[in-house]
Design a protein around this ligand. Structure first.
Ligand SMILES: Cc1cc2nc3c(=O)[nH]c(=O)nc-3n(C[C@H](O)[C@H](O)[C@H](O)COP(=O)(O)OP(=O)(O)OC[C@H]3O[C@@H](n4cnc5c(N)ncnc54)[C@H](O)[C@@H]3O)c2cc1C
Length: 399
């Protein structure tokens, strides 16, 4: 069986390995000079390739039923697959990395296996068209190829400088697919307020609660980083897909920042401790447990003098604002900064058991081109591997 995999990223390389292990003659076509440019960027160059807690609830898809079938059918095989490539994992807070702490180890392990399996990799070739007749004819900027099966692994629109610029959606569209609106996810959020320049660069441990049209939809605890026009960091990223979709649907998106998530349960003791410092100015007291830029902003917004002495009344006012610091989100950064895209080809248009297209027979779709996105923590590579494993086997299921 001749198979062409379009795109030498995470999902394409895995589907190529599985197809070749099962006896297919595989060619991978990649537009860049080398495969796996995005893999090398993952996990800040360390590749957070999996998570100890793998569960459907860490993902978004417009068709969560099909997603569950896909996800559950292969999630228990991923670590064995990497073991078969010789990858030794290192687990940090549930996040899996290669033991070398280098994304290169993951990419090289995949490429070495493809080499052993005699898979042809054509780099620096850009697929411009796919035509299905008796078989597939795949056109690049240099040549024409033919194959009985095609696996489309061109990624999404996120981080286009790695090669995934959304052209794959057009190829899929030509083969009969629709595309659910594609928006940036795992991305910075822009706030409406005018104080961000004053606190830019501040990092602190907070609880972020997202409200859509005044209704709380999700909370995250962890580090937030203030940027010149909003917020960033893992907690922010994990809310950003919901925000992207909400803004598109004209929902009001607000985030409540709780700067003192540890306060609950310690109320009386903490207040007593602070009020004992009656000989200190308020700014002295606040700087004892807050970043000084945040402390000054809080005083400015409450209208309390920095040099005033601490009293129960102004302490209550400050605590109230520290726990209920509301910002309104008016946008996200664009695809050039987004780690993933939310939206894509609806899962209703593929067979969840094989990932074969229901629109074009013998076409298979894998990875981020599909309408699936996960939060930070190895979930997006996780889906790339899972879909690659499934399609690599799926191509044999109809024969
Ligand atoms: C900065 C950054 C950090 C990330 N960190 C993590 C992390 O730590 N953990 C995690 O789980 N996820 C992470 N992700 C997300 C993860 O990398 C992606 O979800 C995953 O790589 C998607 O795999 P894919 O195979 O679908 O697409 P991609 O990896 O984008 O691969 C698609 C490939 O197709 C090629 N291509 C596109 N069009 C054509 C064409 N017409 N012809 C030929 N080739 C084509 C592209 O050049 C590319 O190589 C990160 C993403 C970014 C941007």
């Amino acid at each position: 069986m001749d198979v062409i995999v379009i795109g030498g990223g995470a999902s394409g390389l895995v589907s190529g390995i599985i197809a070749a292990r099962k006896g297919a003659k595989v060619t991978i076509i990649e537009r860049n000079l080398k495969c796996g440019k995005k893999i090398l960027l993952t996990g800040n160059g360390r590749s957070n390739f999996w998570n100890q807690q793998m569960d459907v609830s860490y993902y978004h898809s417009s068709d969560i039923n099909s997603f569950s079938k896909i996800f559950n059918s292969k999630k228990d095989e991923v670590l064995d697959f990497f073991k078969s490539l010789g990858i030794v994992p290192k687990i940090n807070n549930g996040y899996y990395y290669p033991y070398s702490n280098q994304a290169n180890s993951i990419l090289n392990a995949l490429l070495n296996e493809l080499d052993l399996l005699n898979v042809k990799i054509e780099t620096d070739e850009y697929v411009t068209d796919i035509i299905k007749k008796d078989k597939f004819y795949v056109y690049t900027n240099k040549k024409e190829y033919s194959a009985s099966k095609v696996i489309l692994a061109t990624g999404s629109k996120a981080f286009p400088k790695t090669g995934s610029d959304g052209n794959g959606y057009l190829l899929a569209k030509k083969l009969g697919h629709t595309i659910n609106t594609v928006l940036p996810s795992l991305v910075k959020l822009k706030g409406q307020e005018n104080f961000y320049k004053e606190i830019k660069g501040v990092r602190c441990e907070v609880e972020l609660s997202l409200y859509e049209d005044l209704k709380k939809v999700k909370s995250e605890i962890g580090e937030v980083l203030f940027t010149e026009n909003g917020i960033s960091g893992i907690c922010t990223y994990n809310l950003s897909g919901i925000v992207s979709r909400g803004l598109k649907d004209k929902r009001k998106e607000e985030i409540n920042i709780n700067f003192i998530p540890w306060f609950k349960g310690l109320e009386e003791g903490f207040k007593e401790y602070i009020l004992k410092q009656s000989n200190h100015t308020i700014i002295q007291v606040l700087e004892g447990f807050l970043n000084y830029k945040i402390a000054n902003l809080i005083l400015k917004l409450t209208g309390i003098e920095a040099k005033a002495k601490i009293t129960e009344i102004n302490l209550d006012k400050i605590i109230d604002l520290l726990m209920n610091f509301k910002i309104e989100i008016i946008g996200t950064s664009d695809f050039s900064e987004a780690q993933v895209a939310t939206g894509g080809i609806p899962l209703q248009e593929i067979n969840p058991l094989t990932l074969e297209s229901k629109k074009t027979k013998d076409l298979y779709l894998v990875g981020e081109i599909l309408d699936v996105d996960g939060i930070c923590g190895g979930y997006n590579l996780g889906f790339a591997w899972i879909s690659g494993l499934l399609a690599g086997e799926g191509i044999f299921k109809n024969d």
